[in-house]
Write a protein that binds this ligand. Structure first.
Ligand code: ADP
Length: 478
């Protein structure tokens, strides 16, 4: 189709030109015949005149055609140029157009106007592209999920965080409704209920795939900017609140547990004190027994408060600045010294196995000591009289490894993953009997974490338990 206009104009021009030349030739011949009497023109001159006439018509035709077609080319060229540019624009190509050099005629004006329109279009597209890429960057960097639905409630956009939360990719869900995608019924039903009359909604829901999460959904309908009654889609913002809820639950459980733990000894102390005050116990032996119980319960309260304070101190990040270079062998000797008295009374063999001089490590000395005391204290508490407790200290090329091993009662497999939780006890009565607070291993775990280390347990019922603490040694190749 290229050059169509030129062909058409040339064709019309050619027809008119031919007609013009024929008419001019015919008129000049007619004039010649009417002005000069035929008697004066002999047949030879007459035939020559016709040939000259035809020749001059042909030469006139060729010259006019040549000049005319050159002119047409010049006139049509800018129109062809414009047609080419508009074609590119309709194909979606961005074209940098320059005003076409043309005369001050209508085509020139058309070209300038077109150039201005194209420039405005270019600016608007550029602005839109910039806005789009800014929006894209914002959506990509958001730590909330965003999903947008169109007026047919089909998904038109899913940002990377939403892809991660729901284990989907944008390509999988684009063009589908929420219910056709992976979203569960309780989520889609709520979102489907949004309308002009019910434009906003906030709810929490559990997401089970790809991993369990609790999410908060804030949904609002989108309307036409000039007609708020015209529904254009739905925007959904999703926040992963699993950690927040977990922490809230932990805090709630902790407060409930602490209250419960405090209540038991306090009720017992109060009861015995009241009985003693009322003077109902007359014999000295019973009074002494009551006083002993009050002392034991008071000690239990003291230990409990002490452990709660230690735990909060260890977890308080600011206090972690109090770190120093510790001589590990010295601290181990010190702790064994402290515990040996109890071991002797219970006839438990307490041994240190430390074949090498250990590399000093960096940490909080008080907490490190507390960690070893808690592990040895448990080993002694849950091992029968006459048993054996060992502390093995060694290091590999990266870590200090401390093992506390006993041949006591052991821990059932199903309880092992939970023993590091606050107030978790395998046998509540036994723990209370031996003066446990249920916080000892939680403290051990947090001290290890504060030193970028970890603690693991291996245990078999009636055979014994082994706790292994692994702490990276500063300065050693990691
Ligand atoms: P507790 O003050 O009750 O000892 P811990 O947090 O120190 O609390 O320990 C949690 C539970 O783990 C204990 O109640 C006990 O059931 C179990 N446990 C810990 N250490 C040992 C061990 N060496 N042998 C057997 N059971 C243990």
């Amino acid at each position: 189709m290229r050059g169509k206009i030129q062909t058409k104009v040339s064709f019309v021009f050619f027809i008119f030109l031919a007609l013009g030349v024929i008419i001019t030739g015919a008129i000049s011949l007619l004039l010649l015949k009417t002005t000069i009497p035929s008697s004066q023109i002999d047949s030879v001159i007459s035939s020559k005149l016709v040939i000259y006439e035809l020749l001059s018509m042909a030469i006139g035709f060729i010259i006019s055609y040549f000049i005319g077609s050159q002119y047409i080319k010049r006139v049509v060229a800018p129109i062809r140029e414009l047609a080419k540019t508009t074609k590119k624009i309709t194909r979606g190509e961005l074209v940098k157009s320059e005003p076409i050099k043309s005369s001050q005629d209508e085509i020139g004006e058309l070209s300038v106007n077109f150039h201005l329109i194209n420039k405005k279009l270019e600016d608007a597209i550029g602005e839109l592209q910039e806005k789009n890429s800014n929006m894209d960057a914002v959506l990509k960097s958001m730590i909330n999920g965003v999903i947008a639905l169109n007026k047919k409630r089909e998904i038109v956009m899913v940002n990377p965080f939403a892809e991660e939360i729901f284990g989907i990719t944008q390509e999988q869900v684009i063009g589908k409704t929420m219910s056709e995608s992976v979203f569960s019924k309780n989520i889609t039903e709520k979102i489907d209920s949004l309308s002009i009359e019910n434009p906003r909604m906030k709810f929490e829901a559990e997401v089970n795939f790809p991993i369990y999460k609790i999410c908060s959904f804030s949904c609002s309908i989108m309307t036409h900017p000039e007609d708020p009654t015209k529904f254009t889609g739905i925007a959904i913002i999703i926040q992963d609140i699993t950690e927040i809820r977990k922490l809230e639950n932990m805090r709630r459980d902790f407060v409930a547990n602490v209250s419960h733990e405090l209540q038991t000894p306090l009720t017992s102390i109060k009861g015995f004190l009241e009985t003693l005050r009322e003077g109902r116990v007359e014999d000295k032996a019973t009074r002494d027994r009551f006083l002993d119980i009050i002392t034991i319960e008071t000690d239990r309260l003291f230990s409990l408060i002490q452990d709660i304070l230690s735990l909060s101190e260890i977890e308080n990040k600011e206090r972690q600045d109090e770190k120093e270079l510790m001589e590990t062998n010295e601290i181990i000797d010190d702790v064994i010294q402290n515990m040996s008295q109890v071991a002797r009374i219970r006839d438990i063999k307490l041994e240190i196995v430390s074949p090498v001089k250990l590399t000093p490590i960096i940490g909080n000395k008080k907490w490190f000591k507390q960690m070893l005391i808690n592990l040895l204290d448990n080993a002694l508490k849950y091992t029968s009289d006459g048993g054996k407790v060992e502390l093995i200290a060694k290091e590999d090329d990266k870590n200090l490894i401390i093992k506390v091993r006993d041949n006591g009662m052991g821990i059932p497999k199903e309880d092992q993953p939970r023993i590091f939780e606050r107030f978790y006890r395998v046998d509540k009565a036994r723990s209370r009997e031996v003066g446990g607070t249920g916080l000892g291993l939680a403290i051990v775990k947090h001290v290890a974490i504060s030193m970028e280390g970890r603690v693991e347990v291996e245990s078999e019922i009636d055979k014994g338990t082994e706790f292994t603490v692994t702490i990276p040694i500063c300065g050693k190749n990691k």
